[in-house]
Write a protein that binds this ligand. Structure first.
Ligand SMILES: *[C@@H]1O[C@H](CO)[C@@H](O)[C@H](O)[C@H]1NC(C)=O
Ligand SMILES: *[C@@H]1O[C@H](CO)[C@@H](O)[C@H](O)[C@H]1NC(C)=O
Length: 615
């Protein structure tokens, strides 16, 4: 008796009891959850782009659109920001995310990477991988596969109880992402598939590719899924190009693109709230399956945004609103209703749309300049030639490169081999100009150095290309020349800004035109809580910088647009009258600044004050 009792306890702890198990299967047309038909009416939400406090609300909104399944990418770069240090707290608490999905009565599809694209820095791959000897991303390369396997194993430990096979909501897991666009190495896909099988035992697997890339991106034995616009054509292509029956099953559009992302630029507009509800009609009427991309995009907090792999580089905005049906703040957008109506033709008893409070306005409050950034520099790292960002153990943010002239040099500043990505040039502390990698022809900055003059180059990583196979190292690569003359002997000040600065003085500093970057501080009162306290923070007169509210890095602002305000989740505000705003302005021009909160946002572009004639 005692022996049998012990076995029962063991079976319970391993999730082997009957009540806790489940299965996900399919035939040629239909998915089944525990034997019952499940038409996937899905939408994408990535938890790491959404304040954790709001996860349950976003899921209720998904239900009120008529969705039954949530697709989520996971961003490896946030979970393992530094090699071997795994962080599953806060927005990285992926187990809590899938538990919230389960609590909401929804199912889930897991898209853990290692590579996800997702308009993220380097497609979700941690920047430090570029420093691993012999590593080649997204290929059948042992160092890449080993590090990917370690990451997936850690995620697997977190998510074990949440797999359908253990009674959880996760139905299946995706191998890679749109790999067919860049390769056709089935050994690579097989190696990743083996990793996933070890980390998520018993979970069904699938691949997701654009129609033209299905053949190269599918893996025998894993369900082939198509993504993108033009669903009907996509399905037709899948039927003709994937003849291996082990990869055939129900037809699904794994990313039914609603609209598009935004990139920074004085002439780059906002994608807006469009949407192809006609595709949803077609899919549902024919018993097929889809996931809206995005149902809810959210925000690329901090430095999480990537860039388009283009020359010149096109960094994505902080906002990942995406023109999605649920806007960046979690409220219905104008294209919510058409999609809901399309789904309602097929799904009866969609829950009512929960009402959400409007955003609040916060009256203008002063921002006081409290510290010059370059008065707070960390210890310098010296070397004869400039080091790249990753070689300093840094992934995101800024580096100040310092050279003290030992000989005269004058002429054009060339900050290494390519501009990575935006360089503010100073001589003896005064700004001389900006060499900005978002332009094909950036401004030319000439300097005139005499012995003893101090040349500073503040280099900003604007975001690694999200599908970047080309060299994605940041900072200065190669040598800096002035008037064709190579400068040696550099001090590096690493400024990752991976948290709000602590111990900022509270005295005002004076700000002049062409000053070095300045920290401004302001406080504002707030009495509301939760979504009623949400607001859009606007920084009139700001050129470019980063904002922290109560220690949260809201991300970059940039006057050129199209984004003009930063989303402040009310859940991050105090109700006791003291909310602290810290603004790092890279190009301060005045001591008297203000900030305010708006209840509605605007999308607009302004000319680039640093590059009026650049294109
Ligand atoms: C899946 O679960 C259902 C319901 O419990 C069961 O009838 C069916 O046999 C299971 N299928 C597989 C393949 O295990
Ligand atoms: C307001 O509340 C926050 C969070 O509880 C706390 O850190 C802060 O010290 C409080 N400030 C005042 C002025 O009470």
């Amino acid at each position: 008796m005692r022996f049998i009792g012990a076995l029962t306890v063991l079976a319970g702890s391993l999730g082997l009891t009957n009540a806790a198990t489940g299965n996900f299967t399919w035939d040629s047309k239909t998915f089944y959850v525990n034997g019952a038909q499940h038409q996937i009416i899905g939408g994408q939400i990535d938890p790491q782009r959404v304040p954790r406090e709001y996860w349950p609300q976003r899921l209720q909104m998904a239900k009120s659109l008529g969705l039954n399944t949530i697709f989520s990418y996971l961003y490896w770069q946030d979970i393992e920001q530094h090699q071997g240090q795994f962080d599953f707290t806060g927005r990285n608490d992926v187990a809590a995310w899938f538990k919230a999905i389960q609590d909401a009565g929804l199912k889930a599809v897991l898209r853990p990477g290692p590579y996800v694209c997702a308009e993220r820095d380097w497609g979700g791959i941690p920047g430090w991988l570029s420093q691993v000897q012999g590593l080649k991303i997204r290929s059948n390369n042992q160092p890449f596969l080993d590090l990917s396997a370690k990451y997936l194993a850690k995620v697997g430990e977190q998510l074990a109880p949440l797999l359908i096979t253990n009674g959880g909501p996760i139905l299946m897991v995706q191998i890679e992402n749109e790999y067919g666009y860049v390769g056709n190495d089935k050994n690579y896909l097989k190696a990743l598939s083996n990793s996933l099988s070890r980390s998520f035992p018993g979970l069904k697997q699938y691949t997701n590719d654009g129609a033209s890339a299905l053949k190269s991106g599918f893996l025998p034995g894993a369900l082939a899924v198509v993504d993108g616009g033009g669903t009907e054509n996509g399905f037709r292509t899948l039927q003709s190009s994937i003849t291996d029956q082990s990869s055939r099953g129900p037809l699904m559009n794994g990313e039914l693109w609603i609209t598009w992302f935004d990139v920074w630029g004085p002439k780059k507009g906002h994608a807006g709230n469009n949407g192809n509800a006609g595709d949803v009609d077609f899919v549902l009427a024919n018993g097929h399956h889809f996931s809206l991309f995005m149902f809810h995009g959210g925000t690329s907090w901090g430095f999480g945004n990537g860039a388009q792999d283009a020359q010149p580089i096109q960094p994505f905005t902080t906002s990942y609103d995406y023109g999605a049906v649920l806007d960046e703040t979690g409220r219905v957008a104008s294209n919510f209703a058409p999609f809901r109506n399309a789904i309602a033709k097929k799904v009866s008893s969609i829950p009512a749309i929960p009402s959400n409070p409007p955003l609040q306005a916060i009256s203008s409050f002063p921002l006081t300049p409290v510290a010059s950034w370059f008065d707070m520099l960390p210890k310098a790292i010296a070397s004869s030639t400039p080091k790249v960002m990753e070689a300093l153990g840094q992934v995101w943010g800024y580096i100040l490169y310092e050279h003290v002239a030992t000989a005269a040099a004058s002429g054009k500043v060339v900050p290494g081999n390519g501009i990575r990505d935006r360089v503010i040039v100073y001589v003896n502390g005064a700004k001389q100009g900006v060499i900005d990698g978002i332009y094909k022809t950036p401004a030319t900055v000439n300097v005139n150095l005499s012995p003893g003059d101090k040349l500073w180059l503040l280099v900003e990583n604007l975001g690694r290309a999200d599908n970047g196979f080309s060299d994605q190292t940041k900072g200065i690569v190669g040598s800096v020349t002035v008037g064709g003359k190579t400068l040696t002997q550099w001090n590096h000040y690493s400024l990752p800004l991976d948290g709000a600065p602590s111990g900022l003085p509270s005295n005002a500093v004076s700000v002049k035109t062409n000053s070095a970057p300045v920290w401004y501080r302001g406080t504002f009162a707030n009495t509301k809580s939760g979504m009623a306290a949400d607001t859009f923070l606007e920084l009139p007169g700001g050129v470019k910088g980063v904002v922290f509210v109560n220690g949260h890095n809201l991300g970059r602002y940039w006057t050129i647009g199209p984004q003009q305000q930063l989303f402040v989740p009310g859940a991050w505000l105090n109700t006791n009258g003291s909310n602290e705003v810290l603004v790092l302005e890279l190009e301060p021009g005045t001591s008297s600044r203000t900030a305010r909160g708006l209840a509605t946002r605007t999308w607009t572009n302004n000319p680039d004050p640093d590059c009026r004639n650049c294109t």
